[in-house]
Design a protein around this ligand. Structure first.
Ligand SMILES: [Zn+2]
Length: 192
């Protein structure tokens, strides 16, 4: 009886060790962007989808599923309530891009995981404050709207250092993002 128990325990320990080993090698092989989401290396990846912003000609290439739906939900509101997308220059709204953070050799940008958007990039350049190109009213409206996502979407205009007012990104884990997605879209569709 004891021997059997010992053998069972040993089996359990071995499978636990194997699990840990495989998890370790998987994480080493899979690059993550700054927010911890896995990097997508090709624009043709099945993990990406082009999300149309309703009422515009524009589509944003984003991570398919919760992250993409929440970001395009924000972009759609922004287009209606803050300013028209590409109002200042056609085609300066961006989603996925396989690249490192500007100025970094090591850390992938959240654009590389398809979990960030740049809106009206030309109008709101990197390294300028939000107040440089948005009115107080627009800034207040953006902050109010971001509350809808319970901290899942962060604005580059709120960065402590090197502000990036064109930039909005997923700032929480896959699980936390899914929770907010389910709260906002209980029927699992952005159109319900
Ligand atoms: Zn950006």
């Amino acid at each position: 009886m004891r021997t059997k128990l010992f053998a069972a325990l040993l089996g359990l320990l071995t499978s636990a060790a194997l699990l840990i080993a495989s998890a370790t090698s998987a994480s080493a092989a899979t690059a993550k962007s700054q927010n911890g989401w896995t990097v997508i290396t090709k624009s043709t990846s099945s993990k990406l989808a082009t999300y149309k912003v309703p009422g515009t000609k524009h589509g944003l290439l984003l991570r398919k599923g919760d992250a993409g739906v929440l970001l395009v939900d924000f972009a759609n509101w922004y287009n209606k309530q803050v300013e028209k997308l590409s109002l200042y220059k056609a085609g300066d709204d961006y989603g996925w891009s396989y690249r490192k953070i500007r100025g970094s050799q090591t850390t992938y940008s959240n654009h590389a995981s398809g979990t960030a958007i740049d809106l009206n990039a030309t109008r709101h350049p990197l390294n300028t404050t939000a107040a440089h190109s948005f009115t107080k009213k627009q800034i207040a409206a953006i902050h109010k709207r971001l509350k809808r996502y319970s901290g899942v979407i962060r604005w580059g205009g709120d960065y402590q250092h090197r502000k990036d007012p064109m930039h909005f990104e997923i700032n929480k884990s896959v699980a936390a993002t899914h929770k907010v997605y389910k709260k906002l879209f209980p029927c699992h569709s952005p159109t319900c």
